[in-house]
Design a protein around this ligand. Structure first.
Ligand SMILES: [Mg+2]
Length: 404
């Protein structure tokens, strides 16, 4: 017995580590009150998505693939690829990554998706009759590497020679720092320091920021153990989302629900766009509490996979309720369908409003019964709006108004 018992030192160590783990879990659970799990809130998301066209935007590293020591081997699993492929059959789906567009395609290898590399500075989007897309000075109609006709949008094309120069310089000045990986992403350069001894991290930063003093038109951003050198242009993943929605002809429709899933600081630009436009939402992939503009959270790529697998095209159930809800909407090519019951109740206001020519419907969760209910009202007639709000305030949740 004695020989099989752990020594006192180990017990003490285990106890401390267990306590720390409990504290971490508690902090995460507290954070989840503000950013609930997209899996546990799936019934809410499903309700929100009713009668809407879902559009999926996915980051790659840390979202579809695990973060690995060697960024060249950040492959996603076959199961994840199948989940993405299935989702892309139901909804327009785009990958928006900091990697080069070619590189991220090599990892994903699904021709049915749209790809935006270099943080959205290299977009191969759908052909679109919209003049605002086709007539953009940095947009050309071409055939991509997979033989698909696309609108290629590269707003930072003039920076390519400068980026190449910086890439070569960074390779040279960091060559003696063990573990540094410099990656040329065509319109930006990534300096991965995940495998660098922590004592040398500052040294890496000094080299990068030192070099950039000579390039006033470039800036450095900070991701997950990676520094990224990018052109100073008014373009980011949020702008890429707006561009792709415009390319898809979905920009000015009320019945569109963009969902963006990502794990990185650069994804915050996309979360922010969706939050500020009050259309769709971001899902932050994180195992630790973080400040974010996302609405929901998922812990890791395995949960992302489960979420993607849960998405289904809208089933026409023919029920009077669903017919009424969708009757006045513009065609919605896809929606959610819940798979199984989720025992968790979303603790935050989980309301949505659907507006079609001022005919709005507020949907809410009754916190007592957990049932989904709805109130139809004329948004623009204040008395109806007030009565709807009064009903909701009786122990239920407050509604969110449409912005028309
Ligand atoms: Mg990422």
């Amino acid at each position: 017995m004695k020989s099989s018992s752990p020594p006192r030192k180990k017990l003490s160590k285990d106890f401390i580590s267990e306590s720390q783990s409990d504290e971490t879990d508690a902090a995460y659970l507290t954070w989840m009150i503000s950013y609930p799990s997209a899996l546990n809130s799936f019934h809410v998301i499903r309700t929100y998505a009713k009668c809407k066209s879902v559009v999926l935007f996915l980051d790659y590293d840390g979202t579809l693939s695990p973060i690995v020591d060697n960024p060249d081997t950040a492959f996603m699993s076959t199961a994840m690829q199948a989940a993405v492929k299935k989702a892309a059959k139901c909804f327009p789906t785009a990958i928006i990554s900091g990697r080069s567009r070619d590189k991220v395609y090599e990892f994903v290898r699904l021709s049915e998706l749209y790809y935006a590399g270099s943080h959205g500075m290299d977009i191969a989007g759908p052909l679109r009759e919209s003049e605002s897309v086709g007539d953009h000075p940095d947009c050309i109609r071409t055939t991509d590497e997979q033989g698909k006709e696309v609108h290629l949008f590269q707003p930072a094309s003039e920076f390519v020679p400068m980026i190449n120069e910086v890439y070569k310089s960074l390779l040279d000045i960091t060559k003696n720092i063990t573990g540094v990986k410099v990656e040329n992403n065509k319109f930006c350069v990534s300096i991965h320091y995940r495998n660098v001894d922590e004592k040398m991290w500052e040294e890496v930063g000094k080299h990068v920021f030192g070099l950039l003093k000579d390039f006033s038109r470039l800036r450095v951003t900070h991701g997950r153990k990676v520094l990224e050198v990018r052109p100073v242009i008014d373009w980011n993943k949020g702008k890429a989302v707006e561009f792709l929605l415009e390319s898809l002809g979905l920009s000015h429709r009320d019945d569109v629900l963009p969902i963006y899933i990502g794990d990185d600081r650069t994804d915050e630009d996309a979360f922010k766009v969706l939050r500020e436009c009050n259309r769709g939402f971001g899902i932050l992939v994180s195992t630790v509490p973080k400040e974010t503009n996302a609405f929901y959270s998922l812990r890791d790529p395995s949960e992302v996979q489960e979420f993607l697998k849960s998405l289904k095209p809208r089933a026409t159930d023919g029920s009077p309720g669903s017919a009424r809800r969708c009757k006045d909407s513009r065609p919605a090519n896809a929606s959610f369908e819940e798979q199984g019951e989720r025992p968790y109740r979303d603790p935050r206001p989980a309301l949505w409003s659907h507006c079609d020519r001022h005919q709005s419907e507020i949907c809410y969760l009754d916190m007592n019964s957990g049932a989904e209910n709805s109130i139809a009202f004329k948004f623009c007639q204040s008395e109806d709006k007030n009565s709807a709000e009064a009903m909701i305030s009786k122990g239920r949740k407050t509604g969110k108004q449409c912005s028309c």
